[in-house]
Design a protein around this ligand. Structure first.
Ligand code: ADP
Length: 610
């Protein structure tokens, strides 16, 4: 049976009981009404008739006395008047004979009253025959006893009815009592039955619900083996079946998830322990929450208790701690060029170089939940770079001397022996002259670059006013610019502070940038050098209205030997790489902004002198 049916049947029973109580109460009310109606109907009218008969009879007796006193006319009038009223009430009493003995009484009243009337008529006849008036003894001996007889009968009729009425009202009282008690009894029984029924029904519904609650609590506590007994085939029974199925499925998912989590964790741990890069995880309070074996080795923390460590304790260089702190504050990965992301850690007499990167860990709501510091050992790379630079330095140094000799010999030949040579030989000699000069330039550039890379060039920092640098390069390039009809202008912000720089090296950078611009700008073009202060740095820029640099080259042209394809310039492809190294050695950055056909702007930064 469905739960709905059970509830409906439960309420149906309660309604039936309520109906029963109502029917019972109505029945009792009806029988009470009947009892009082019977009293009214059977006795009250007879009592009224009897009392009125006594009244009219007494007034008739007073009429007789009036006649005796000599006022015959008034007496007869009063008598007749009351006689007709008496007869009316007598007729009503006759109509309403309902109790035992009442009939005989009414008959005797009727018979005696008839005699009484006759006697009265005889009395009035005496008067008509002008006989001597009625004497008192006649009244006392004949009329009064009849009057008394009728009156007593009327009083008895009244008393008989009053007694019966009293008995009936006693009976009605007991009916009312019985009605009250029986109604109370039936209502109480109905209430008790309804209460018991409701309690049973509620218990039947609530008991399984409690079991569901217990089972849910157990499931949320991780006990997926819990089962709710299926006792009925109603909705609750079916729900229990579904619930058990759900618990079993949840258990399976849970098992699967745990297995997956454990295997993912093991996988993660295996990856972390097998990689050669050092990994350190920090929480947002900059406390270490995890570190892999390589990280421990690199930071000399083989036996340290990780949870007690803070960021500043394990990283000897304060700038990384600062960067990590800033990452926590901003939630953004720091944008620092690779060259500035190398730290050197000393382990005894050996120093090792590490390239580090800082990555924020994001939680579910994309909020920051930690930081990962990755350390890659670049000691070997650095060493290779150093060896390479040293080799290039040595090779270019060695090449420079014979190239200078060759260049001088070819120059001398061109100067003195050219006249004796054929046209073809002269052309060959001229080509050799150009190639030797190109090679000399290349070797010089390579030498300069490798010296800077190897840190062999000492920078002589001083406070330099930017305008002197600008005036110098403008002076140097004045002639070349005029030859190509190019306008070379400069723009300096007012109150520009001095910069902390090596004036010669910065001139080198400016020279390189301006000579590139002069090379690519067409006749009647424009080159503008400008400087302005932004934050703690001065931005120096060289802008031209030349062909511009394609977007795919813009990040690459600062690398060695990178040149834009299809633009034969006769350069070595090393100029911008040298500029980058010089600017980097000053703690600045260099970049280009350009769109093809719209010219290019090369900008580099230098620190403001303190
Ligand atoms: P190069 O000796 O070839 O000039 P650089 O390193 O100075 O070498 O420049 C690299 C390349 O960048 C150049 O070959 C050229 O293609 C491009 N380049 C540099 N400056 C400019 C400029 N002002 N306008 C257009 N292209 C430029």
């Amino acid at each position: 049976m469905t739960l709905k049916k059970k509830i409906l049947i439960g309420y149906g029973v309660v309604f039936v009981l309520m109906g029963l109580v109502v029917v019972w109460a109505v029945t009792n009310l009806v029988s009470l009404g009947k009892a009082s109606d019977a009293i009214l109907r059977e006795n009250y009218r007879s009592i009224l008739a009897a009392e009125n008969m006594v009244d009219t009879l007494e007034r008739q007796d007073s009429a007789v006395l009036l006649i005796l006193l000599g006022d015959a006319e008034k007496g007869i009038h009063q008598f007749r008047e009351n006689e007709s009223m008496f007869l009316q009430w007598l007729a009503r009493a006759k109509d309403n004979i309902t109790i035992q003995g009442e009939g005989e009484l009414v008959q005797s009243i009727e018979a005696n009253y008839a005699k009484y009337r006759r006697e009265f008529s005889a009395l009035t006849d005496f008067r008509d025959a002008a006989k001597p008036p009625l004497q008192v003894p006649y009244y006392q001996g004949t009329i009064f006893p009849l009057f008394a007889e009728v009156r007593d009968s009327c009083i008895r009729l009244r008393n008989l009815n009053e007694e019966t009425m009293y008995a009936a009202s006693l009976k009605a009282g007991s009916v009312a009592n019985r009605a009250i008690w029986s109604t109370v009894f039936v209502a109480t029984s109905a209430l008790i039955v309804a209460l018991v029924f409701s309690l049973l029904l509620a218990e039947r519904i609530v008991r399984p619900l409690r079991r569901f609650m217990d089972a849910s609590r157990k499931i949320s506590g991780g006990d997926y083996a819990v089962q709710v007994p299926v006792e009925t085939d109603d909705e609750l029974g079916r729900l229990a079946g579904e619930f058990n199925q759900m618990a079993a499925q949840l258990g399976q998912y849970h098992e699967m998830n745990i297995e997956q989590i454990i295997s993912e964790k093991n996988k993660g741990e295996a990856i972390l322990s097998s990689i050669e890069d050092g990994l350190v995880v920090f929480d947002t309070d900059l406390k270490v929450t995890g570190i892999n074996p390589a990280g421990r080795r690199m930071l000399d923390l083989e036996f340290a208790e990780v949870p007690t460590l803070a960021c500043a304790d394990i990283l000897p260089t304060p700038n990384i701690s600062e960067m990590i702190r800033r990452t926590v504050e901003t939630g953004m990965q720091p944008d620092v060029p690779e060259e500035q992301r190398i730290i050197t850690l000393q382990k005894g007499a050996i120093s090792r170089h590490y390239l580090f990167s800082i990555t924020p860990i994001r939680g579910r709501e994309r909020n920051l939940s930690g930081i990962v510091l990755l350390l890659r050992d670049v000691t070997r790379l650095k060493e290779v770079e150093r060896l390479k630079s040293e080799f290039i330095m040595a090779a270019s140094h060695e090449l420079r001397t014979p190239l200078t000799g060759m260049g001088m010999s070819i120059d001398l030949l061109l100067e003195h022996a050219a006249q004796g040579l054929s046209e073809k030989d002269r052309e060959l000699l001229q080509a050799a002259h150009e190639e030797v000069h190109r090679m000399k330039a290349l070797v010089n550039d390579l030498l300069d670059l490798s010296k800077i890379e190897a840190g062999r060039i000492e920078l002589e920092f001083e406070q330099v006013p930017v305008h002197t640098l600008f005036e110098h390069v403008q002076e140097v390039f004045k002639g070349q610019a005029e030859m190509k009809h190019i306008r070379l202008t400069s723009e300096l912000a007012v109150d520009l502070p001095e910069v902390r720089a090596d004036a010669n090296k910065v001139t080198w950078v400016l020279t390189n940038l301006i000579s590139n611009a002069l090379r690519y700008v067409r006749q009647d073009g424009q080159i503008q050098i400008a400087a302005k202060k932004i934050g703690p740095q001065v931005h120096l820029s060289v802008r031209d209205d030349g062909p511009g640099i394609p977007p795919e080259y813009q990040s690459k042209i600062f690398q060695k030997f990178v040149q834009v394809k299809g633009r034969q310039s006769g350069g070595t492809g090393l100029g911008l790489a040298i500029c980058k190294e010089i600017v980097r050695a000053h703690g600045g950055a260099i970049w280009v902004e350009s769109s093809p056909g719209q010219g290019s702007t090369f900008t580099f930064t230098l620190p403001v002198a303190q």
